[in-house]
Ligand binder design. Sequence first.
Ligand code: HEM
Length: 399
Amino acid sequence: MSTAVRSAPQTIRDWSRAVDGIGPGSPAPAFPFAEATAAVRAHGTAELPAELAEALVDAARTARTRAGEPPDESWFTDRWLRSATMTATATQSYEAYTMCGLFEQYCRSGPAGYQQHARLLSAALTADLIRHELDAAPSDRPDARTAAATRLTGDLCQAIRPGGAPPRPLGHDAALRLCTRLIHRLCRTQPPVLRRIVDCTPLPATTEPDEYLFTRSVQIMEVLSAVAAEQAGEARNRGPHQPSGLPPRLHALADTLRHATRLFHLLCTLDAGQFAHIRDATYGTGALQSPAFAALERCCRGEQALRPETLEAVPLDRSPLPEIPLRQALAALRTRLDPEAAARLDEAVTAVDTAWVRWKRTHRGVARRIIGDVPGTGGTDGLSYLNRHLDTPLLTHHD
Ligand code: HEM
């Protein structure tokens, strides 16, 4: 264990003391993120030694009194400390573990608009994930994970330059260089807090090496599903006024879902033994609680999206139903279109449903490979639950 990690509790206590001694209007010193992140990762948030946990809980109290608005550093410090101390303060939740609420606030702040921020954030997180996995793998050993990570650079290039020519496949070293360059570029051109997000998240609950892969993948998929929910909302709100703009919007939504699905090729290399430990350490924080997936499904399917399991995990006051779900808005609109426009709309609707069902099938395949037929962390019967809802489309009717 490095000296910085050993001395982290003292460094964090010094920060709290310094900030407590400053008047409310005066600028506070920066939180010692490098030392604190290294220390939390060295133990895992579920297994923090008492001295470190106490220092972090104390710092969290101090940070809360100084928290500003996103994307301010003081806002990030407060949100980061809430996640780091979730087990120490018995406030574990999917949101605290994955930091999806933090990402949502980040994407809503700033001048460029939600989808643009989310697109660049997901690119930065994906580049970081690929870099993390390739850094750990020797360049002369192209195992399944290395191959999946290098293939993902193709998606990254398309995400940065939508509609551009598909990039040629890269080798290990070239993929690593591309990701490193991309992260530097994004951190230079985006709000400074993006550097904190890339360097200081995720915060694994255990010391299992594969937890980085798991948590980062969940984070990226959360950002992508929030984008998909936003795209569905736009289609619903603007579609009736701009019917010709609907098919491109729906194809963009299908693209987002396909992009998320491809991440599973990397995630399915997760070590099942390590995941069993991660599951134990994060029990009760399953993706059934994902606010973004609930928003997407509710926006598209309305009341039909309400299963008892998801309703309990994401109550309606957190993710309300729209007055008219997208599916219903599309059906009403279709009756007003000429046959050619209706055919274009049908094609786009099919593209969304195909991409959605493929996401679900790939997710089910990964779940089967990694946990087998055991109950899910969300309290469902696991694979049987996933099987029951496997082929339910988003936009067309299903009996
Ligand atoms: C190791 C990989 C994974 C395994 C083993 C797994 C397993 C499961 C299981 C068993 C369920 C059933 C609900 C429950 O927990 O009781 C579930 C639901 C779900 N998972 Fe995963 N999952 C994995 C990765 C992911 C990822 C990366 C995401 C993306 C954020 C995700 C999103 C979801 C969603 C949205 C549901 C609710 C589905 C629904 O209600 O139809 N999962 N998962």
